[in-house]
Design a protein around this ligand. Structure first.
Ligand SMILES: *Cc1c(COP(=O)(O)O)cnc(C)c1O
Length: 256
């Protein structure tokens, strides 16, 4: 996958409601086509628009175009945008690595947390959620690429992690999440997604009560069609909807 630059041809920047509707329709059409190729129903795939780095004025336009749930990678940015869009009907999904000292912020406003990969974070979130009288949908993040630079637990730790989750009563496990390896080699990307599906299937077999609906959050702008072919129920798409980001992906996924 190439690094993108601001306003490149592949991911033109969306400014207007029409731009956003056009981009969303384009991504939805590709999701539908990918789903049909493997005999899946397109309705089984949710598109989560990722608004990280996008300035709030354009996020507001995106919300006005009909988006109701937005993904953000960094908690502070999500907190700020949540405040700046308080007059609009929108919810937030935190999709990036969380430090325990930010658990309180997430507990206060997020609808969903997709990057749960340590029990210490589960515990910190549960404590803050209890205090706030809230609950939170979570996805357990698995490192399917065996790269040190990615967050997420090693696959072999997943069963024990899921076993521990029922003690955190405010957290509702919806399924699993992963980031595929960043490479132009589609076969290696596909292996990551297929591994996550296998882990989900295994968990369903061994302990079906622990994995919720068994959702699979996988796929982003460069690889969501492969993810849908491999069973994604949620794809997290930023650049293909909002436009190219200036910063490389390594900025969002620093060394673990
Ligand atoms: C940024 C991000 C995405 C979306 O990436 P795009 O290339 O903008 O589609 C998906 N998942 C996570 C965890 C991200 O941080």
């Amino acid at each position: 996958m190439e690094e993108s630059i601001e306003g490149d041809d592949r991911y033109p920047t969306a400014f207007t409601v029409e731009d956003f509707r056009h981009n969303i329709a384009g991504v939805q059409a590709r999701i539908s086509a990918a789903a049909r190729r493997v005999g899946r129903s397109p309705e089984d795939v949710t598109l989560l628009p990722v608004s990280k780095t996008v300035p709030t004025d354009r996020v507001r336009v995106a919300i006005q175009s009909g988006m109701r749930l937005l993904g953000e990678n960094k908690v502070q940015e999500a907190v700020r945008k949540n405040g700046e869009t308080a007059d609009l009907d929108v919810s937030w999904s935190i999709i990036g690595h969380l430090q325990t000292n930010k658990a309180r912020d997430v507990a206060a406003f997020a609808t969903e947390f997709q990057a749960l990969d340590r029990l210490r974070v589960a515990e910190a979130l549960d404590r803050r959620l209890q205090a706030a009288g809230r609950s939170l949908d979570v996805f357990v993040q698995v490192n399917t690429s065996a790269e040190d630079s990615k967050f997420g637990m090693p696959p072999e730790e997943l069963p024990a992690f899921l076993e521990a989750m029922p003690s955190y009563e405010t957290l509702r496990v919806r399924g699993l999440m992963t980031l595929a390896i960043l490479t132009p080699d589609d076969a290696r990307v596909r292996e990551c997604f297929s591994l996550l599906r296998t882990l989900r299937d295994q968990a369903r077999e061994d302990a079906p009560d622990l994995i919720g609906a068994g959702e699979l959050s996988m796929g982003m702008s460069g690889d969501y069609e492969i993810a849908v072919e491999e069973g994604a129920t949620c794809v997290r798409v930023g650049q293909a909807i909002f436009g190219a980001r200036a910063l490389p992906d390594s900025y969002y996924w620093p060394e673990g």
